[in-house]
Design a protein around this ligand. Structure first.
Ligand code: SIN
Length: 306
């Protein structure tokens, strides 16, 4: 049974990797992903300068789910570029980046070009946790302006990480913007922004008076909906990375059934550690065997309608 997958011209041994934010802040964390059965990794979203992020407590596991308001803590773009450009498998790696303001974008991309990074760039347009800043990809005009600017500056393999959309008209609008660009991939979805979780009488996290991004199995219906909505609407050369709600191989299977080429794992990876990929791969293969599928292509995007 083959669970190899492909994004652009790169073939991956399987379809699983971490989600940005989990096991990817430092070289040591990323080495743990490399040592696991995940096919590749994405770095923590890098900003031009390093950032301490939001005050603690800023991440809580809540049963199988999670709430976070990390606020993009990271070691700065140079750290991740140095690490990636010394990686013999850099073509397979994903560098996540986010501009903190419009002036950052040219510098971010000129550094990526200076380093001659050959992997994938994931432009994070969906962090819900920066106090005072809106999630960029909820503003369609701003998203278009950023993509115009980015593709003037950069011709490498680039994708965008999107927030969840909840309305068919928004799927239509965003897809018609994305289809105008030579994007390599999209990643759907980031956490469901601005939820609250309460413990006794208090918010569970401190930043933004307790509002944070929700991850885990409770967001799977919206993750699958976004993956499938974009699978139906995007030109076929834009691959989809599905993220959200994975707790078992069946969840990975459903992401692929909805159209994902690759699947990222966040909350579960945070809770169980990188050895969880071994279980997910075995369970995915078991699920495929149940239906007699030999390859991911046998069922990718082929969810049936009643
Ligand atoms: C964070 O650092 O706040 C989480 C990253 C994200 O949601 O994009």
């Amino acid at each position: 049974m083959f669970i190899k997958t492909q994004i652009a011209d790169i073939t991956f041994d399987n379809c699983l990797m971490n989600a940005a934010g989990v096991y990817c802040m430092t070289k040591e964390e990323l080495e743990q992903i490399v040592a696991s059965q995940a096919a590749t990794f994405v770095t923590k979203t890098a900003t031009l300068q390093s950032r301490p992020g939001n005050p603690e407590p800023r991440y809580r596991d809540v049963g199988l789910n999670s709430i976070n308001s990390m606020g993009l803590p990271n070691l700065g773009l140079d750290y991740y570029l140095d690490l990636l450009t010394n990686d013999p498998h850099q073509e397979q790696r994903f560098l996540s980046i986010s501009p903190m303001n419009a002036d950052d974008t040219p510098t971010l991309f000129s550094k990526i070009k200076q380093h001659d990074f050959k992997g994938f760039v994931e432009l994070n347009l969906s962090c819900p946790n920066i106090p005072g800043k809106a999630q960029i990809a909820y503003d369609f005009d701003q998203t278009q302006r950023i993509l115009d600017q980015v593709f003037d500056l950069y011709q490498g393999k680039l994708g965008v990480k999107l927030p969840p959309y909840f309305d068919q008209a928004h799927f239509d609008q965003m897809a018609s913007i994305l289809n105008q660009y030579p994007l390599t991939f999209i990643n759907s979805i980031n956490s469901l922004g601005n939820g609250i979780m309460i413990d006794d009488l208090s918010m569970m996290i401190a930043p933004k008076q307790g509002f944070g991004g929700i991850g885990g199995p409770c967001i799977k219906p919206w993750a699958l909906a976004n993956v499938h909505a974009f699978y139906q609407r995007l030109k076929p050369e834009i691959q989809i990375i599905g993220t959200g709600g994975v707790t078992c191989g069946r969840d990975v299977f459903e992401h692929i059934l909805c159209g994902a080429s690759m699947v990222q794992v966040g909350t579960l990876l945070h809770q169980k550690g990188p050895q969880v990929f071994e279980r997910l791969i075995q369970e995915l293969k078991d699920e495929m065997a149940t239906y007699g599928y030999q390859t991911l292509a046998d069922f990718k995007g082929k969810v049936q309608y009643l």
